[in-house]
Design a protein. Structure first.
Ligand SMILES: CC(C)(COP(=O)(O)OP(=O)(O)OC[C@H]1O[C@@H](n2cnc3c(N)ncnc32)[C@H](O)[C@@H]1OP(=O)(O)O)[C@@H](O)C(=O)NCCC(=O)NCCS
Length: 156
């Protein structure tokens, strides 16, 4: 059920590090059908990608992973703990990504999303992302493969 705007909690935000990975992985495994492994998160940190967390009452409730390539920011993962979803944490994290990208003078934020992920697509569209491409059979899925939508939010 959606939380009414007046009841929406406020969120804190912080950069995450390798010691936060157990909490990140617990959320990843609860929220994704095909979760990233710990090794993937470790590699992201090693490569210098941004791993940022949203907190409520000091507890990690979601995170974003961003790879900056020149002036393009690629949102590689955005995830909110299932029992907290639809409370505004995803939008909070996405707005932080967009604000950080703008502050770094990036030209755009790019992402890929499962064509059937209506929750994520609703969030991205409401944050100004638009389709720029389509990748056929891009993701594994329980019955075969699923297409990806490639979406972009221009920042200029
Ligand atoms: C996608 C995800 C990050 C959204 O996070 P969230 O905290 O639930 O989203 P918010 O509460 O901030 O919702 C923001 C907007 O997204 C859309 N939205 C979110 N959940 C939705 C749902 N279940 N159905 C339809 N729209 C939804 C709505 O437009 C919503 O705005 P509204 O509440 O004012 O109507 C979250 O559902 C998630 O972690 N899913 C599993 C992982 C995943 O699929 N990540 C995206 C990979 S590309």
């Amino acid at each position: 059920m959606s939380v009414a705007p007046a009841e929406r909690p406020s969120w804190d935000w912080a950069a995450l590090a390798v010691e936060d990975l157990p909490e990140v992985l617990a959320i990843e495994e609860a929220a994704h059908l095909y979760p990233w492994s710990e090794a993937v998160f470790e590699e992201c940190l090693r490569a210098g990608y941004r791993l940022d967390g949203a907190f409520r009452h000091g507890e990690l409730v979601g995170y974003s992973v961003v790879m900056a390539v020149l002036d393009e920011w690629h949102l590689l993962n955005l995830c909110v703990e299932p029992t907290i979803q639809r409370s505004g944490a995803g939008r909070f994290l996405l707005e932080r990504v967009i604000a950080s990208a703008r502050a770094a003078e990036a030209s755009c934020v790019l992402l890929e999303v499962r064509a059937g992920n209506h929750a994520a697509i609703g969030l991205y569209e409401s944050a100004g992302f638009a389709d720029i491409g389509h990748r056929k059979a891009y993701y594994p899925a329980p019955s075969g493969r699923e297409d990806a939508r490639v979406m972009r939010r221009l920042l200029s």
